[in-house]
Design a protein around this ligand. Sequence first.
Ligand code: SAM
Length: 224
Amino acid sequence: MEVQKSKYEGIYSINLKNRRLIATQSITPGKTFFNEKTYKENNYEYREFNPSHSKLASAVIKKISLMPIKKGDAILYLGASHGYTPSFISDIVGKGGMIFCLDFAPRVVRDLLFVCEERENMTPILADANKPETYKNRISQVNLIYQDVAQKNQVEILIKNLEFLKPKGYALIAIKARSIDVTKSPQKIYREVEEKLKEKLKIIDQKELDPFQKDHCFFVCQKK
Ligand SMILES: C[S@@+](CC[C@H](N)C(=O)[O-])C[C@H]1O[C@@H](n2cnc3c(N)ncnc32)[C@H](O)[C@@H]1O
């Protein structure tokens, strides 16, 4: 086994005899939450980051030009669900960072709570991302917004939350074409999304996530 740093901060590439995978260095060695495989080298534990379970992992495998999450970052995560991707971002930002993990579904937030209890840099928030006024007193200004809510009005939700993003901060958004309009081709939807995002943000890169995430496109944007 060989562990190498990748070109993305906090993401490692692990070469096994028969396959290659990406991973993060765990801030909770000995504890996993999603049955992910772990690998040990030089007293560090690495958690396999699966592109079939995470749009961020698929964007990395598809070589997005910039993955702007850094050690120490404060992050607003809209659509945190059970916490799979947030837990890997938690490894990347490390103990000095903070992720405000927001989701409006009580059933998934119950699972998310267990992950947040073990990871000091993750805070759960049960709230609707359409209503920033209901949680604005519970979060700080952030370096990055990550959004994966799979809703028809995804772009509008992101725009409503830009008030929390620091100047020159980044926004990562995973667009699910079928949630926006099943009758249009995904490519047409991505073009429409691009136009809307461009009004408010600078688009740095975009990548379609097939075959890992069918009919999804991942955008990396920056506040102007
Ligand atoms: C595709 S899942 C997110 C998966 C997660 N990002 C991951 O990679 O581990 C979408 C989540 O968005 C949540 N969601 C959808 N609309 C929302 C809204 N308006 N406010 C908050 N959460 C929302 C859903 O409850 C669901 O858990």
